[in-house]
Structure formats: C-alpha cells, structure tokens
Design a binder for this molecule. Structure first.
Ligand code: SAM
Length: 254
C-alpha cells in the first residue's frame, strides 16, 4: 500500500510485531526496524529513557520526539501513560515533522482518537492538543528552524527526555550534527536523558563535541548497540578510546 506525501511516495510496511511503519522514497529508508516498529520504540525510547520510572516518580516531564514519522513514539508513550492511572503531574510532548501529509496520515491511522488543532503563530505552524494530562505540540517544517522559533515564542518547557529518532545519519545528517546536539543541550534541563537507536561513531563524536556524555547500551533485536547521552557524569574511557581510533568524523552543518 502506498500514499503520496509532500516529500514523495510512502510505502506502508507491516513489521514483525504486526505494527506498521513507512518507507520514505525521499529519504530512501524505513522509519523503523522491520523486526517490530512498536517493540523497537518500547526498547529504544520508552524503556531507553526510563519513562515508567519517571511516571512512577510522578514528576513533571517534558519530552521531545525527534521526528514524528508514523507517530509510534507518541502512541507508545500514551499507552505507557494510561497503564499508570495514578500519574497526575503534567507531561509535555513535543515533536517535529517536515511532511504535513505524512503527519496527517499518521494522526489518522496511528492515533485516530487524538484530536489536534492546527495553529499558526508568527509563521510557526504546529498541531496542538491534549490527552488527559499530556500537552502535545508537533511543529511543522525543518526542526532546525521551528524549534528555535518555538523556543523564542516561549512555547517549550526545558526538556527532560529526548527520543532522538531521525532517519539514519547518512540519510538525514542535519539532525545528527554538532550544531543540532548543541541546540538540544541549550533547551534541556541538566538532568536530561537522550536515547537513540544509532551507535555510529560519527553521531557519538557529534554528541561529545556538543558537550554530552555518552553511554553504550544494548540495541533492539539484532542490533548490538545503541547510544544514550546525558549532560552529567563522564563517558567511559574505553568508549572514548574506541572512538578516537576511528577515522570517522563528527557531523557538522555545511
Ligand atoms: C525515523 S522517522 C521517525 C519515526 C517516529 N519517531 C515514529 O515513531 O513513528 C523520522 C522522521 O523525521 C522527519 N524529519 C527528517 N528530517 C527532519 C527535519 N529536519 N525536521 C523535521 N522533521 C524531519 C521525517 O520526515 C520522518 O518522518
């Protein structure tokens, strides 16, 4: 099955856990691991960022999902939230999406009960709504432009959690650069936790150059490793030595 978006065609693919992902013609890549879109999201982001612990502590939480895509990140977050009926604090969910057609397709198909309203403030377009205690804002356009604008308009609260889920660094380098990770640092709280499926040397070097500390973690399904990053602590010296031995460079905006 296919549909046409603003950035070319999308092919809908059933993954092994019976949830759907899409393959983007423009980025020439699928949004998820074909072993299971939902299971991958649970592993990399919901558990990777210790969301159940956060909710158990009942503290306010501000989450940024880098790339809305099919909306599986938000679906898994809402599922986790509804399993914890005693959670009463306010949560903020932010995301970005380049392709409005994809965003609307995903809201209709992945999150049919969620009603979001389209808003435009000072040239910034976003979809906004609420699900119980969760405030939701999805900014439309290139996140490198929309997120700084949202920040300057006071639409963001400092981030506690980042699901770094862009397409791969080779296909989508703009969201893996030193400049991007420096910006994420500037809009985060000191205790922020970032998690990503990628374990590439280049993205780890980008994170380090931007002032993050990194940690290796077990990847989903057949993937041996993934990366978690913080603004506190130190990176393991063996990991730093391993990166220094590789000729791959950090990613910089052109
Ligand atoms: C791997 S998919 C995200 C999957 C999503 N987290 C999910 O669970 O369904 C990456 C998404 O980021 C979007 N994207 C890529 N570059 C972007 C940019 N510069 N600004 C905003 N969105 C971008 C793509 O259009 C794509 O939908």
């Amino acid at each position: 099955m296919n549909f046409k978006g603003n950035l070319g065609n999308y092919k809908i693919i059933k993954t092994e856990d019976n949830t759907d992902t899409i393959y983007s013609e423009y980025f020439d890549e699928a949004c998820h691991n074909l072993s299971g879109a939902y299971e991958e999201t649970l592993h990399n982001y919901i558990l990777g960022c210790a969301i159940p612990d956060y909710l158990n502590r009942n503290s306010n939480c501000s989450i940024f999902d880098v790339g809305f895509g099919v909306g599986v990140g938000l679906m898994a977050l809402l599922d986790q939230y509804t399993k914890m009926p005693n959670y009463t604090s306010k949560m903020q969910y932010y995301s970005i999406e380049l392709d409005e057609t994809l965003l609307l397709w995903s809201l209709r198909n992945t999150l049919p009960n969620l009603k979001l309203e389209k808003k435009i403030i000072h040239d910034l377009t976003f979809y906004e709504g609420e699900f119980q205690n969760i405030g939701i804002k999805i900014f439309l356009g290139d996140g490198r432009i929309t997120m700084p604008k949202a920040q300057s308009l006071d639409l963001l609260s400092p981030l506690d959690v980042i699901f770094q889920d862009a397409f791969s660094p080779k296909k989508n380098p703009m969201l893996w650069s030193v400049e991007w990770f420096s910006f994420l640092k500037s809009i985060s709280r000191q205790g922020v936790l970032l998690s990503t499926y990628s374990s590439s040397v280049s993205i780890r070097k980008s994170l380090l150059s931007a002032g993050w500390t990194i940690e290796n973690a077990r990847g989903f399904a057949m993937k041996k490793s993934m990366t978690k990053a913080k603004l506190t602590g130190v990176s393991a010296p063996e990991l730093i030595e391993q990166l220094q031995r590789s000729p791959s460079l950090e990613i910089r905006d052109k």
